[in-house]
Design a protein around this ligand. Structure first.
Ligand SMILES: C[S@@+](CC[C@H](N)C(=O)[O-])C[C@H]1O[C@@H](n2cnc3c(N)ncnc32)[C@H](O)[C@@H]1O
Length: 303
């Protein structure tokens, strides 16, 4: 959806743009191609390995003014190191990259055997998926599976995880996958595996908390008329983004019976994508992982 992203984000060809999930720099590169030479581009990613590779990939891009390893939740602090503090466009392309998913050492995929890590930021001593799986109570594991994986068999799966870890520690993606396929019937296995792995990834990286934190901060960094584009990959994050946009696009929130407004609340955002954008069938064919992508965009109203 890179074409759509560029079209929606670009309001000033010599403006300032920040990719909050820079990954390997694909969107930054696409933006650079359509921007003037005095435009300024910036990127943030929580994954130090991705930032290192993006730096190489974007070496020749003169408009790139800053690339930092950081969480988007801390964007307000990070931008203090940039030349620009207000932006014409911000992008959040959530989830994980194909690169991260395909690397067995990162532990994100149930299709590849590797350590149960799942941290985006592997430089700090954060808890890995193995730490959670081997230490949490059965009740907390079930809660993770229910809340972050929307997994109906959460209680049964949590029980099986706890039973298995009493025999030996669960340290690899293959062990976790075996537990799931041991109790879920074949027609539902792939979906359950995806939900279980998604749930632990979200828990390890506190993804929903970080998303909740970044949205108001991103809006505060937009110039009037500037745009925020968000691509989500599952219903939990999409719901959160949708509700935030709706709230911010609403004006007065006084009860309908009030004779006059007492909240004096004014909308901060205008929703540009009345209908969410989805990848085309051709895009899904060339990149099946994009099939769940949903794109929403908003514009900052004058202050
Ligand atoms: C779908 S990929 C982005 C791909 C990128 N747009 C590109 O063009 O290559 C999502 C990226 O978000 C990063 N990420 C996940 N959580 C993050 C966070 N809290 N702060 C910053 N980056 C994060 C991941 O490390 C990953 O590189």
């Amino acid at each position: 959806m890179a074409g759509e992203v560029v079209k929606l984000l670009l309001t000033d060809s010599n403006g300032a743009y920040l990719d909050l999930t820079a990954g390997l720099g694909g969107h930054l590169r696409a933006l650079a191609a359509d921007l003037g030479l005095s435009a300024r581009l910036y990127g943030i990613d929580k994954d130090g390995q991705a930032v290192g590779r993006a730096r190489k990939n974007l070496e020749a891009i003169g408009q790139l003014k800053g690339l930092r390893k950081a969480s988007y939740a801390d964007v307000d602090v990070v931008v203090e190191q940039f030349e620009d503090r207000q932006f014409d466009g911000l992008l959040l392309d959530l989830g994980l990259s194909s690169d991260q998913l395909d690397d067995p050492a990162r532990g994100f995929s149930f299709r590849r055997d590797g350590p149960l890590d799942m941290r985006f930021d592997t430089d700090t001593v954060g808890r890995t998926a193995a730490d959670l799986i081997n230490a949490l109570d059965e009740k907390d594991i079930a809660e993770i599976l229910r809340l972050f994986g929307e997994e109906r068999g959460a209680a049964r799966l949590a029980r099986a995880i706890v039973r298995e870890r009493q025999k030996e520690m669960i340290l690899t993606t293959a062990q976790l996958a075996r537990i799931v396929t041991g109790i879920v019937p074949p027609p539902h296995q792939t979906k359950s595996l995806a939900r279980v792995f998604q749930a632990f990834r979200i828990a390890v990286n506190r993804e929903l908390d970080e998303l909740q934190a970044v949205l108001p901060r991103a809006v505060a960094l937009l110039k009037a008329g500037g745009r925020l584009v968000v691509i989500t990959y599952h219903s939990l994050e999409d719901r959160l983004v949708k509700r935030f946009f709706q709230e911010e696009a609403r004006g007065c929130i006084c009860p309908p019976g009030f004779p006059q407004c007492v909240c004096h609340r004014r909308p901060r955002l205008k929703i540009i994508t009345r209908r969410i954008l989805r990848p085309t069938p051709e895009e899904i064919k060339s990149n099946p992982r994009a099939r769940s992508a949903k794109l929403r965009a908003v514009e900052r109203l004058p202050l």
